[in-house]
Design a protein around this ligand. Sequence first.
Ligand code: C2E
Ligand code: MG
Ligand code: MG
Length: 593
Amino acid sequence: MNGCPIAIGRTAPETAFWLETLDGVLLLAVMDPTGRLIFANQGFRDMSGLVASSLGTIDHRYLRARLRNRKILRHLYRTLNAGRIWRGEIRYRTALGDRWLDAAIIPVRDESGGIANIAGCAFEVTERRKVQRDLLKSATIDPLTGLLTRQAFHAELADLLETAAATDSHAAVIVLDVDHFKNINDSYGHDAGDELLRVVAQRVRQTVRATDIVGRLGGDELAIAFSPIPSEARLHAVLNNLKVAIRQPLEMKIGRNIVTASIGAACFPRDGQGPDELLTQADLALYAAKRAGRDRSEVFAPHLLEATRRRSQLQHEARSSLALGEFYFDFQPIVGLRSRQVEGVEALLRWRHPHHGILSPGEFSDVFQDYRISASIRELVFEAIADQAARWKAEDVPFGRIAINTSGADFAAPGFTQRLVAILDSRGIGPDSVAIEVTEAMFLGAHADVVRQEVDLLSLGGFQVAYDDFGRGFASINHLKALRIHQVKIDQSLIWQVAGDEAARTTVNTLIHLAHSLGLIVTAEGVETRDQRELLDLMGCDQIQGYLVAHPLPADKVPELCFSMATAAKSLSESRPTRSGFAARQRRGGPAA
Ligand code: C2E
Ligand code: MG
Ligand code: MG
């Protein structure tokens, strides 16, 4: 302790005592005005790998070489030269790795006011720094993908836009969403979903430049921002590269998979000024890309705002129309090719719109995106259909079964099946008078599991389940085999081709035979011509539905048609054997005459 130049106690032994006490708590080092290290307590010596005898022989350069954050030096020198105490954090290299010191460096003055020594005292704060760094990292880096978190992306985007504004450059903000991501999560579990996101994030990162900002906004939504963009063509090239990169087959634990993404982009300064505005516009563009069929990109354009405005206007109108009873049903007969009678009537939703006239579901699909409106319509569907069926039953109308269209969202609504059964039951309508129409998309969509379970329950409960629009998507016969269904409705797009296209004819014929081999009733949708009906009859199709028989009818026109067909069929069967009967016997391998 000899030669310690700073006075803590009044006498040298007192000082030595204090310094020894502080060892292990406080790190102390003192330099003379020339920069020679003349004192270091045990703690500082241990940390720096110094022995006591080296004091006086090494100088500030030894210490400076161990400094990691050299940026502080300028400020440090300036403060000390001004005779003030410098405070700050020092990152100090040691044999055991870097240490962080919370330090005060003090210019100690002599009696004449000149600088006698430079004393440094510090606490080690390495652990605290580590915790802080981890916290900061977890707040800025998404642990799953290694991309920036939403907040960090937002902050970096704000910086990027500031620079772009200052340099008069253009910038682009891109948001990207993995198509049908939820299906992967639901079908294969969250581990597969996580694996997929990691790979997609990696591909995005590799597709853009290292200086571009890439973040995960949440769920499966990623975002990219960059500047400058020399031209719109460059932006389109980036969008295309992203699509191509994501579409490459993935080797995942669950097997080989191909995913696509929908992408939206907005440009600074054209489409917005701040990060929030640009992200909103890019999101609108993304939404447009999804609506246009996914696996595509859209750049924001003002008409997209118009589409959003129209959508909310339509939803607003739907709410008041619901209150005013302007939603109702038309009914389209489904006729047996052999019985020549109405075997079912399909309820088709209509909206008597105050300004646009009568609308079909395809024209107001946007209103279903509001789940409250969807729920109200669902309730209306049940009640109206049950009431209608009850009225026809009371009048002995031979309508067969009443067919109800459903959606994935219907089944996902809590208590859907129970409510349906309860309402029908309250009107005395048994399951044998009802068919439930489901579509392929419902078994692949977000609520696939619950749809399958509930469809099983309905089927076991005696309801006829019809697989609607078969052949429109990619549904396979295997799908039909795996589901508890009774009826398959061949989509009109296939039916319209049977008369003119040999391949379509073969497809429909094969489909009918396969469906029959699975014990299913086959209905052809959208039959418009006699030729189509003749061919379908020869192929052994069981039922037809379409404009040839009848357009969707107002409820009060249905009884007349049902009664007249029943009467005609009766008199026909009394007069001669039908062509259909001939075809049916042929199909079943029975005698031709
Ligand atoms: P879908 O269940 O396949 O109904 C058949 C559609 O084809 C109906 O269209 C019908 O009007 C039309 N159509 C019938 N025969 C012919 C024909 O010969 N030629 C042509 N060109 N078209 C024909 P619509 O009424 O516009 O309904 C469209 C879709 O909306 C329905 O397709 C169904 O998926 C859905 N939908 C209708 N009502 C409801 C409902 O109450 N709930 C739900 N979730 N969906 C419904
Ligand atoms: Mg249908
Ligand atoms: Mg259909």
